[in-house]
Ligand binder design. Sequence first.
Ligand code: PMP
Length: 282
Amino acid sequence: MNFEEICKIIFLKNKYLKSKDSQIHVLSHSLHFSSSVFEGIRVYNKKPFFLEEHVDRLFRSCAIMGLNLNLRKIQVIDICNEVVKKNKLNNGYIRPIVFRGAQSMAPDTKNCEVLLSVAAWRWDAFYKNSSLKLTLAKWKKPGPDTSPVAAKSSGSYQILTLAKNEAMKKGFDDVVMLDYKNYVAESSSCNIFWFKDEMVFTPTTKCSLAGITRKIVLNILKNEKINYKVGNFRINELINSEEVFLTGTASEIVNVCQIDKKKFKKKKFTEFLKTRFDLLKI
Ligand code: PMP
């Protein structure tokens, strides 16, 4: 996959451009110092899914990272919709990113311009496999006093990328990340849930991203009157569960069939949630 070719029209510096013409300077601050925040939004039947929630989170991430974007939320929403239209997307994915320009080559950002780019492309299933094999990562997620974990910032993907690449090298699809206190956190790009004795469990978002799909799933559980617990859980609680699944915008809801040596045979609950989730796309 080469996203330079897959993506046709991109919004950048207040213009809609052909993908190949959407250039930024190699000395952009964000490229060197990871000072960018971004979102991933699914498009179903030409409509961005939970767009307002994603733009809200983008602005929260900007606030945490001190990125003063010279645009209002409604303008960003309009730009996302326009990019979908210009790319003639029925089903796909939108990637807005807010980043700093080339006015500083040191950590300080006083004089840096803050830019928005919005790209969109057709993107079908994120994972090739319908049920995933995970491995425990050796990397740990930092605590909220070590890293701005509440922001969906490019910097937080440094360890997630390392962990994911190491997992794939070992033949797994993805990872289970623990946090700095050794509680279960998330995967490299999804929140994690498990099911045992008629109860659903998921970690808090103290050290992981407050996923929008996670929130949608918790709402489904509430509406269906299914009991769930949000808390701090050790890895053995996850390993000893009956069924495991991940949630994320790109991956939607995806079953887990293995964590290292432990195999999970059940996927009935995941399938049930998927049918409820699919109803929201219409
Ligand atoms: N955790 C991480 C690290 C992620 O990258 C994502 C994807 N944005 C998620 C969780 C799930 O979040 P969402 O459901 O909002 O896509």
